[in-house]
Design a binder for this molecule. Sequence first.
Ligand code: KG4
Ligand code: ZN
Length: 357
Amino acid sequence: MLVLGIETTCDETAAAVVERTDEGAGRILSNIVLSQNDEHADFGGVVPEIAARAHVEVIDRIVAQAMREADVRFADLDGVAAAAGPGLIGGVIVGLTTAKAIALVENKPLMAVNHLEAHALTARLTDKIDFPYCLFLASGGHTQVLAVRGVGDYVRLGTTMDDAIGEAFDKTAKLLGLGYPGGPQVEKEAAKGNATRFALPRPMQHRKEPDFSLSGLKTALRLEAEAIAPLSDDDVADLCASFQQAVVDVVQDRLRAGLKVFAARYGAPNALVAAGGVAANKPIRDTLQTLAGEAGIALVLPPLQLCTDNGAMIAWAGAERLALGLTDKFDVAPKARWPLDEVAAARGRKLNTAAYK
Ligand code: KG4
Ligand code: ZN
């Protein structure tokens, strides 16, 4: 089946066409992502109203480009999917309304996909892995450890009490006068610095539940920086290195706890899977490799362009849902908040009423 997917929940306007075979294999026919980084750079973060307006301006062009590159007509599609949340509501409305319009005019099923669900299912598009698996989702807006047990069957094992990891990277970059988005800049500076110069805390260490907290670490970093300001280039590099090492240690400790909780509840997972922009960070990727090795399971790291926000993950999640008959009505509402455990799943057996006449 062929599905068009649209993503507009944050600062990427994205559309893609993905094919899913009856056996569950995936193929990306096109994947167009337009990032609004330049629009938000002056503010050091995403400005919701600017994001919504930017989505409106480019969405038609991005969808047309995705269809053209895939060499597919709307009539060829089996369904249309859009991220219906969670996210910045102005942007979500743009993407979902566009998908509804196309589905309505072309008389195709609509799939209102949860953005986090799409991150969670991407590893099945790239690596065709079986359920259940343990997902570490770390982006600018989310930090969660999830048990992915089936399409629509997600259990959140842990989350952050305050900042998302990507958000902490972004704020650290802003504090130190580096650019936006901050993650890649902090990683670059950290590579030149001394990670042991500043003694920063590792919040939540050794707790049983795999929850995160980053505000104490951020405060400690700010106090160290204030104490030595104005900062030299070496100071900035050392602060970045010390911060990143603390985050790496936190990720290792918290995910180790997560894998333990997973195994106790559901048995060994088939894989450890990473998603979200933070999975681009090399030291964090190395740590995930160590953890998977310890647990004796595979590590699935989708290619970077599929770890960050994109349309292919939405199209794929839509295809996985469509294959199970999980479509949505046209009055489905966009949602700013939409926890994964509130995503509808196919439960029990489908009735075959056509055969019972
Ligand atoms: O998944 P994503 O593209 O967008 C959402 O937030 O949904 O993730 C973006 C986040 C930003 O906070 C960015 O700073 C962070 O991922 N990030 C990184 C790196 N690359 C991106 N964080 C640490 N190291 C990186 N190399
Ligand atoms: Zn995302």
